[in-house]
Structures are given as C-alpha cells and as structure tokens.
Design a protein around this ligand. Structure first.
Ligand code: ACO
Length: 340
C-alpha cells in the first residue's frame, strides 16, 4: 500500500476488568459519603477494583490478548506497543516493556504515554502516525489503570470516582479515508496542579513525610476540573470534526471519556446528539482514566451497535490538563451473535 494513502484502523479490541465489584453502599462503610450523593453528582453506582497482587501490566496483557485474538495478529508480529497509563507498574521501566515481554512481542518497540484520562486518545493518535508514515504496519494501543492503588481511601472527594480496568486495540494500516479520519490533541499545563499525584517524582521524592501527608495519592480540585471538562469536551469534538471535514450530523456514535454523567450530558447537548448515539457505562465502572474509552468502545462494538462505515467520535479530557478527540470510520464487521 503506498504510504501517502495510508491510515490506521481498529481491527481488534479487548478489555480486562477486575472481578471484584465495589458498590457505593460499600464505600459508605469506609468514608463519609452516600449512594445518593455519588449517583446524583457523578452517575457512578459501582466500580471494579483489583486485588493487591495486580498491577497495570497484568490488566494490559489480558486486554491485549483479547484484542490480538480478534485481530488474528500473533504477538510476534506486533510492531509497536503503547500503553497509556498514569498508574504504571513502576516509574520506570515503561509498563509497555513489561507487556511486550509477557506477550512475547519480541520485535515490537514499546513505550508509555502519560496524558491522564486523555492517554488512550493520545496513544491512538501517536500510533496512527507511525502507521500512516509507513514506519510500522500495526500497533497495539492499550489504556490500563489501577487507580485504586493511588487514591486516598479517606478522601471522599476522589476515592468514590475511580475504578480499575484495561482496554486494548490493535491498529492496522488501511487505505486513507478509512480508520482514523481526524485527530485533535491539546494541553494546558497551567492546570497541572488541579489533578496530580504530588510526590514520588523528582520534584518531591518519596520520604516519610510525603507518605504521612498522603502525597502519593490523587489530589484533585474537582470543581475546576469539572468546569474545564464541560467546556473542552464540546470544543474538542467540534474541532476534530472540522479537521475531518465532517459535521455534527455525521456522527453515528459518540464514545466519550467516562468521568461524570453531567460532563457527558453537557457534551451531548453541545453536539446536539440524540442520547441513543452516546455510550455511557460509568455507572458500572466509574472513571477508569485511560482505560475508559477502549473499554466503552469494546462494549459498543460487541453489542452490535457499530457497523462498517459508521463515524465514531472519541473525546476525552484529563490530567495535564489535556484533551483529545479522534474521529474514526469503523471498519470491523458487526460481531457474530454471542461474541459478547
Ligand atoms: N460524598 C458526599 N459529599 C461529598 C463527596 C462525596 N463523595 N465529595 C464531595 N462532597 C461534598 C463536598 O465536601 C462539598 O461539601 P461542602 O459544600 O460542605 O464543602 C460538596 O459535596 C460539594 O463538593 P464539590 O466538590 O463542589 O462537588 P461537585 O458538584 O463539584 O462534584 C465532583 C464533585 C463529582 C468531583 C465534580 O467536581 C467532578 O466530577 N469533577 C471532575 C472530576 C474528574 O472528572 N476528574 C477526573 C479527571 S480525568 C483524569 O485525568 C484522572
């Protein structure tokens, strides 16, 4: 295929969700909150939490195996692995290197991307560029998060929001005009402290004091992130549609980052979309950060809601602050009944 006519498309998708379900009622037992508050302010009813032995790479490997199987791509043929995560196994090496080893993807280059909850859209965009230029013919793009290990379980403003999980997609080269049609990524570092794990990096290395002050857990200015998210989800969506030469009316399905149903409702209104065209699963998983979009996309696909040629809009916001939107022309056939 001549490289100037190449794009990248999702040809396999998989997920891994921990078995343990933690309901809002269970959280009422450990922190001063209520099922009513969490549901009405966020839309979340329950989330999945890993057991203490599991790390981001464990979930990533399981999700990847499912995506590779669907794509019919042997691990040994994978060219590139990108893991989007803010909860890596280690500060270094990259979680992607651990995934590469566990999969036996010996010829793959591997690295991580940190863009908060926007990480999957960033990773999808980066991997697609490698494919479009002809450097690689395929890529495995994963969002994997274990935020349960980084939240302060005494902080009701954050601990009720997040869940663990992973989603993975296999990208392959397709002719231009299919797969990724448009990409819009952005960042505003002036909001970096609105959502951060303050310690454990080179600015504030780990010490007894940082541990005592809970500085290795997620610190968030919820209302500021909320205001930003409500504005940026609509804006980013409109920008990427323009870049792709499409209109709001062309969208067949919106798969947004799953942080808060009120944020998604605002984006839906801004785009004038019918609610049936918007996928929401945060009531079951909470905010899985970079894993939210691939997990939701897999559910939409396995439910038979996407057909070849459909226009799918992905849009996310997250720590950084960052944002990203991608428009895809779907290329996978509706799965056979019972695939889900
Ligand atoms: N249970 C009960 N009460 C609570 C809880 C809780 N879990 N959390 C906060 N409250 C209280 C607060 O203490 C406050 O009480 P006060 O008025 O007496 O001080 C009151 O509820 C209102 O608090 P706010 O923070 O103003 O509530 P808000 O309506 O803004 O909702 C929320 C908070 C849900 C966090 C919202 O701000 C939000 O969704 N923000 C976006 C967060 C987000 O999406 N983060 C993920 C970013 S992506 C990434 O990269 C990880």
């Amino acid at each position: 295929m001549p490289t100037e006519l190449r794009s990248a498309a999702i040809v396999g998708i998989g997920s891994c969700l921990p078995e343990r379900v933690v309901s809002n009622a269970e959280l009422e037992q450990i922190v001063d909150t209520s099922d009513e508050w969490i549901r009405s302010r966020t839309g979340i009813c329950e989330r999945r939490i890993v057991d203490s032995t599991k790390a981001a790479s464990d979930l990533a490997v399981q999700a990847s195996l499912a995506a590779l199987a669907m794509a019919g791509l042997p691990a040994a043929a994978v060219d590139l692995i990108i893991v989007a995560t803010i909860t890596p196994d280690n500060i270094f090496p990259a979680t992607a290197s651990r995934v590469q080893e566990r999969l036996g993807a010996r010829k793959a280059a591997a690295f991580d991307i940190s863009a908060g909850c926007t990480g999957f859209v960033y990773a999808l965009g980066v991997a697609s560029q490698f494919i479009a230029t002809g450097l690689y013919n395929n890529a495995l793009v994963i969002g994997s998060e274990v935020l349960s290990k980084f939240v302060n379980w005494q902080d009701r403003k954050t601990c009720v929001l997040f869940g663990d999980g992973a989603g993975a997609v296999v990208l392959k080269a397709v002719p231009a005009g299919e797969g990724l049609l448009g990409l819009h990524l952005g960042s505003d570092g002036s909001g970096a402290d609105y959502l951060a794990i303050p310690a454990g990096g080179s600015r504030l290395p780990a010490s007894n004091s940082t541990v005592q002050r809970q500085l290795h857990t997620v610190h968030m200015n919820g209302p500021e992130v909320f205001k930003f998210a409500v504005r940026i989800m609509g804006e980013a969506s409109l920008k990427v549609l323009k870049k792709a030469g499409l209109n709001k009316e062309d969208i067949d399905f919106l798969v947004p980052h799953q942080a808060n149903s009120r944020i998604i409702d605002a984006a839906t209104k801004r785009l004038g979309l019918e609610p049936e065209k918007v996928y929401i699963n945060l009531e079951r998983y909470g905010n899985m950060s970079a894993a939210s979009i691939p997990v939701a996309l897999e559910e939409v696909y396995l439910a038979g809601k996407l057909k070849v040629g459909d226009i799918v809009l992905l849009v996310a916001f997250g720590a950084g602050l960052t944002w990203g939107a991608a428009v895809l022309k779907w290329v996978l056939d509706v799965p056979e009944e019972g695939a889900s």
